[in-house]
Design a protein around this ligand. Structure first.
Ligand code: FAD
Length: 474
């Protein structure tokens, strides 16, 4: 008899509580991943995420094979349908998995628990995706947190030192192995290959995650406090897609900072605070599961959004005429990732300058980000739009020009992603429409031809946004 380990978004063998428990049982282990293709699945992974998943599964399979095991891949309409079919083919006495706190993940786990109970198969659920349990970490009044700082204080007070679980060195194989699809048969890769930029920038899988962590601990961590807001620097950990797919656990990151040298203490706290934003995002999604589609603040349901497919398209393509926004949108398109500071500015531009519904932006990010994460993306967009928990106040409307001057003072980020402006002197780079004709000519830029004129005037857009926000406050 075997224990089946149902891998979900915990595509790692180190610090994986479900795998560890199966290993400790002494039984043979059947590692399984299910691609559910049912039409009714909301927020099905977007194109960039599917690209990532393909390679992450291959990497997990390779790690398992080094330990005498392998990853069985199956697909079907629902996870319970696939699992029940597989149980009919194998000798499985228990199914273990790590919990996902998102609506879809919880629904799947509930359906599987019920189906397996009827089939007389034991089920066990473990925790490995988050540092906290959203059902237990609550305010003194027993309600979910809606403000970050008290959540952060409670989170720190509640965490005890828990060592990272080592990867099992050898995994007992079932005999015989059930049939498996090969990873290509899951059809996760795009049919037209647009993923060269993703390949250049990322190595999906546990080894890629560890390499990023090492790089971060050995260099950027020291300067994290100052450099994390500079999009031209590799000043952040870039672990977000690895965390999303569970190729590294938040516990491993938290613990790794424990051993960081004393001179990096302030940066280590700042980094843990960012990890806590991830926890907060999942906490909110657990307690307010409708927020990917609905604003947390009901007043925003009657917000007068504009519908403009043409403006949306210009924003998506990085052709707004505001260099910092365009640089971010092009970084996203090419690499599948965008720096956090620029995410805030580009998202704010969409919802405040263009008055386009935050959900349009969230859907575009969902499809193009390699780290697309329902909790973090929902929190990020609702924060920017002002309709979420602890959100940016409605009157904070980022000025993309002054933000560019502040966070990209040498213009290195804009020059990299908007090369048509690369020869423009830095003092004109963030507002090329204000540059004298001679400077534009010398830089070889004809506005409206080589690079767009700004699609909206900042002052007009600001007044329009303030009026729209005022209309829902009445
Ligand atoms: P680091 O600075 O190294 O931070 C470490 C980790 O902390 C990150 O990997 C991430 O898991 C977490 N983290 C950091 N900042 C945040 C934050 N503001 N909110 C939640 N978690 C955070 N992050 C995603 O992982 N997926 C998304 O789909 C996503 N969508 C976003 C949309 C918008 C509009 C905004 C403003 C932010 C979004 N973020 C999202 C949050 C943030 O931009 C990324 O987590 C961060 O840029 C990832 O880079 P990093 O790993 O180098 O971050």
């Amino acid at each position: 008899m075997s224990v089946l380990v149902w891998f979900r978004r915990d595509l790692r063998i180190t610090d994986n509580p479900a795998l560890e428990a199966a290993y400790r049982s002494g039984k043979s282990i059947l590692p399984l991943f299910i691609e559910s293709s049912g039409k009714a699945i909301p927020w099905r992974p977007g194109s960039a995420s599917r690209w990532w998943l393909h390679y992450s599964l291959s990497s997990l399979d390779a790690s398992l094979r080094k330990r005498g095991s392998r990853l069985i891949l199956r697909k079907g309409n629902t996870v319970q349908e696939v699992l029940l079919r597989l149980l009919g083919e194998t000798q499985v006495e228990a199914v273990y998995w790590n919990r996902l706190d998102e609506p879809q993940g919880r629904d799947e786990a509930t359906a599987i628990t019920e189906a397996l109970k009827k089939a007389g198969v034991e089920t066990r659920e473990f925790r490995g995706q988050l540092l906290h349990d959203p059902e237990r970490l609550l305010t003194a009044g027993g309600t979910p947190f809606k403000v970050f700082t008290p959540f952060w204080n409670r989170l720190q007070a509640s965490l005890h030192s828990v060592p990272t679980l080592a990867a099992p060195s050898k995994l007992k194989a079932p005999d015989p192995w059930p049939q498996s699809l090969c990873v290509d048969e899951l059809q996760l890769l795009p049919s037209r290959d647009w993923a060269a930029g993703l390949r250049e920038n990322w190595t999906p899988g546990e080894a890629g995650a560890r390499a990023h962590l090492r790089r971060f601990l050995q260099g950027p961590l020291e300067e994290y406090l100052e450099a994390r807001d500079r999009p031209s620097l590799a000043g952040t950990s870039r672990l977000s897609p690895h965390l999303h797919f569970g190729e590294i656990s938040p516990r491993m990151l938290w613990n790794a900072l424990e051993d960081a040298p004393r001179e990096t203490a302030a940066s280590a706290i700042s980094y843990r605070r960012e990890l806590a934003w991830r926890e907060f995002a999942h906490h909110l999604l657990r307690h307010f599961p409708a927020t990917p589609e609905n604003p947390l603040r009901p007043a925003f349901e009657k917000f007068p959004w504009r519908r403009s497919p043409k403006d949306l398209r210009a924003w998506q393509k990085g052709l707004t005429g505001y260099p910092l926004v365009d640089a971010g949108m092009r970084e996203l398109w090419h690499t599948g990732w965008m720096h956090n500071r620029v995410r805030m500015i580009a998202a704010s531009f969409l919802v405040k300058h263009l008055l386009i519904d935050w959900q349009e932006g969230a859907r575009w990010f969902w499809d193009t980000l390699v780290d697309a994460d329902l909790a973090n993306n929902t929190l990020g967009w609702q924060w920017v739009a002002g309709c979420g928990a602890d959100a940016a106040p409605y009157f904070r409307i980022f000025n993309p020009v002054t933000q560019g001057e502040k966070f990209d003072p040498q213009g290195a980020y804009v020059k990299r992603w908007v090369p048509e402006l690369a020869r423009l002197p830095v003092k004109h780079l963030h507002a090329p429409w204000e540059a004298p004709a001679s400077a534009l000519k010398e830089a070889g830029v004809l506005l409206g031809k080589d690079y767009p004129k700004p699609m909206v005037d900042h002052r007009m857009a600001r007044e329009r946004a303030l009026a729209a926000f005022a209309s829902i406050r009445k």
